[in-house]
Design a binder for this molecule. Structure first.
Ligand SMILES: Nc1ncnc2c1ncn2[C@@H]1O[C@H](COP(=O)(O)OP(=O)(O)OP(=O)(O)O)[C@@H](O)[C@H]1O
Ligand SMILES: [Mg+2]
Length: 475
C-alpha cells in the first residue's frame, strides 16, 4: 500500500468517527511517521513546536484507536495499520485506488462514507480540504461562476504561487455549487498517477463498467456529454519536469497534454479545473472566442482576519505584516506562529526589530507594491521579511525545481532592490537571447517574477523569495 492509499484509508476512518476529514497537519503526521520521523523531526521540518505535533498526533491516534477498537500509538502505528488493512473487508481497491462504493455491501451501507451518491449524482471529495474559515476572493469566485455557468469554459486553470490560496478557493467554489453538478470528483496529483489510472478511477466513481474492448476515454467523454461534471485536478505542477522550464510534461504524463486538448476541443457540458503552481501551454487562452479555456491567476489576500484568528496583537501593524509577506496566507501563517513564540504575538515589536532606517545596506530590501495590495508607509524605513524554517524548506524545493538558467536569473534579480527593465536584466546576465527569453517567460509562468507596467515594462522578483535567496542561497 502506498502513502496515498494509506492517507485515503486513514481519512475514511477519521471521517467515520468525527465527520471531519484529515487536516494538513494530520496528513503530514501520517506521512512522516510512516517514514519513521520523530515528533521533533516533524516539528523542525514544518515549523511547529514539538509538543504541538505530539499533542495533535496523540489526538489522531485516539480517534483511530476508537475506530479500530485497539490501542494505536506512534510506535505500533505502522505495523498495526498493515495488519488491519490486510484483513480489512470494508474497502475495495481498484487498480490501487480506493473505491468507496463499488460492488461493496459494507461501503454501500456506510452512511459516513465520504463518497456520496444522491439520485444519479456522484461526488468524491476525499482529497479536498475542509474549509472552516474563508475570506475575500469574491471577485475570483464570481469569475469562476461566470466561466462555468455562463461561458461554459471547459478547461479552467487556477494558478499562482504556492500557499497563495488556490486549493482553498476552488474548494470554496465547490462547496457553494454542489447541487449544480451531477458529478464532482476532486483528485490530487501530489503523488501523480497515470492518466489511465485516473480515467479508471473516474469511471469507477461514476459506476461505469469498463468494457475491455471499449475505448475508456470515449466512455469518459460520454459521461462528460451526458452529465454536468466538474473534475478538479489539484497540484498539477507535479506532472511537469523538475529542473527544466515551466510546464513541460514528464514523459510518463505526456498523454495528459492530449487529454487537456481533447477536453477543450470536444463538445460536452462538463468542466475541468486544474490547480497548479506552474502554467503550461494548454492552460493559456490566446483567443477567448475560439477556445473554451481560461485561467485565473491568484495574488495576495489583503485580510487582517487571518492574523486576528491567530491571536496576534497590535492590530495597527497587521497591514504592514500582510504587505511584507505579499498577502500570502501560507507565509502569514508561518510568520504568525513565529511572532507568537518569539514576540508573544506583538507584531509591532517584530516589525520594529527587523526594520532599519537611513542608507540601505546592500542586501536589504525596500518593500515594493505587490499586486493589488496597498503598500507599507516606507519613507526611509526598510523592513526585512524574516524567513522561517518552514518557508526555507518550501523555497528550497522551489529553487531546486528551477532550470539552471532560471536559477541564474533569480540570483541576479535578487541583487536589485526594485523592479528592473528587461534590458538591464539582460545586460547583467551572460545569456543568449533564446535562453534569456525562455527563462524570463518561465519564471513568470511560475509566478516568481511579475511584470509591472509603468512608463516602462519592469520585472519584479517576489520579495519574500528574494530575501530567501539573499540570505540562504547566496549566504
Ligand atoms: N481565502 C482564504 N481564507 C482563509 N484562509 C485561506 C484562504 N486562502 C488560503 N488560506 C489559508 O492559506 C493556506 C494555503 O492555502 P492553499 O492550500 O489553498 O494554497 P495553495 O495555493 O493551494 O498552495 P499550494 O500550491 O502549495 O498547494 C490554507 O491552508 C489556508 O489556511
Ligand atoms: Mg494547493
Amino acid at each position: 500500500m502506498n502513502i496515498k492509499e494509506m492517507l485515503q484509508m486513514v481519512d475514511h476512518w477519521v471521517f467515520a468517527e468525527t465527520d471531519q476529514h484529515l487536516d494538513d497537519l494530520q496528513k503530514t503526521i501520517i506521512e512522516e511517521i510512516s517514514q519513521g520521523k520523530t515528533y521533533k523531526q516533524i516539528a523542525d521540518l514544518y515549523g511547529y513546536h514539538e509538543n504541538y505535533v505530539g499533542d495533535e498526533s496523540r489526538k489522531l491516534f485516539k480517534i483511530l484507536s476508537e475506530k479500530l477498537g485497539e490501542n494505536i500509538n506512534k510506535q505500533n502505528f505502522g505495523w498495526t495499520f498493515e495488519r488491519v488493512t490486510d484483513n480489512f473487508q470494508g474497502f475495495n481497491f481498484v487498480n490501487g485506488n480506493l473505491n468507496l462504493c463499488h460492488n461493496n455491501q459494507t461501503s454501500n451501507n456506510n452512511n459516513n462514507s465520504n463518497y456520496h451518491k444522491q439520485k444519479s449524482n456522484f461526488y468524491d471529495l476525499t482529497f479536498a480540504p475542509q474549509i472552516l474559515k474563508f475570506y475575500n476572493r469574491e471577485t475570483e469566485l464570481k469569475k469562476l461562476n461566470n466561466y462555468i455557468f455562463n461561458q461554459n469554459i471547459r478547461l479552467i486553470s487556477v494558478l499562482g504561487l504556492s500557499g497563495i490560496g488556490k486549493t482553498y478557493l476552488v474548494k470554496r467554489f465547490v462547496d457553494l455549487n454542489l447541487e449544480n453538478f451531477e458529478v464532482i470528483i476532486w483528485k490530487s496529483l501530489k503523488y501523480p498517477e497515470s492518466l489511465d489510472l485516473l480515467i479508471d478511477e473516474i469511471l469507477n466513481i461514476c459506476q461505469i463498467e469498463i468494457k475491455p474492448n471499449n475505448n475508456k476515454l470515449n466512455q469518459l467523454f460520454d459521461i462528460f456529454s451526458n452529465k454536468k461534471c466538474l473534475i478538479i485536478l489539484d497540484d498539477v505542477q507535479n506532472i511537469f519536469i523538475k529542473g527544466d522550464f515551466a510546464g513541460k510534461y514528464k514523459p510518463e504524463y505526456q498523454n495528459y497534454q492530449d487529454f487537456l486538448t481533447r477536453i477543450t476541443e470536444t463538445e460536452h457540458q462538463s468542466n475541468l479545473i486544474l490547480i497548479s503552481q506552474e502554467e503550461c501551454d494548454q492552460m493559456c487562452c490566446l483567443d477567448e472566442e475560439l477556445y473554451p479555456v481560461n485561467c485565473l491567476e491568484l495574488f495576495g489576500l489583503n485580510n487582517i482576519e487571518i492574523l486576528r484568528n491567530m491571536g496576534l496583537k497590535d492590530e495597527d501593524s497587521w497591514l504592514n505584516l500582510i504587505n511584507l509577506y505579499e498577502g500570502n496566507p501560507f507565509y502569514l501563517k508561518s510568520i504568525g506562529l513565529l511572532i507568537k513564540k518569539n514576540y508573544d504575538g506583538y507584531v509591532a515589536d517584530f516589525l520594529a526589530e527587523n526594520s532599519s532606517t537611513g542608507i540601505l545596506p546592500v542586501n536589504n530590501i525596500t518593500i515594493l507594491p505587490v499586486n493589488n495590495i496597498t503598500i507599507l508607509p516606507v519613507n526611509n524605513i526598510t523592513i526585512l521579511p524574516v524567513i522561517t524554517t518552514q518557508m526555507q524548506s518550501h523555497f528550497k524545493t522551489i529553487f531546486n525545481n528551477l532550470s539552471s538558467i532560471e536559477q541564474a536569473m533569480v540570483l541576479q534579480l535578487s541583487k536589485f532592490n526594485q523592479p528592473i527593465t528587461r534590458e538591464d536584466l539582460r545586460q547583467s546576465l551572460n545569456l543568449n537571447s533564446v535562453d534569456f527569453n525562455n527563462g524570463l517567460q518561465s519564471l513568470q509562468q511560475r509566478y516568481l517574477v511579475t511584470k509591472i507596467k509603468k512608463d516602462k515594462i519592469m520585472f519584479n522578483l517576489s520579495p519574500v523569495f528574494r530575501e530567501y535567496l539573499i540570505n540562504i542561497v547566496v549566504g
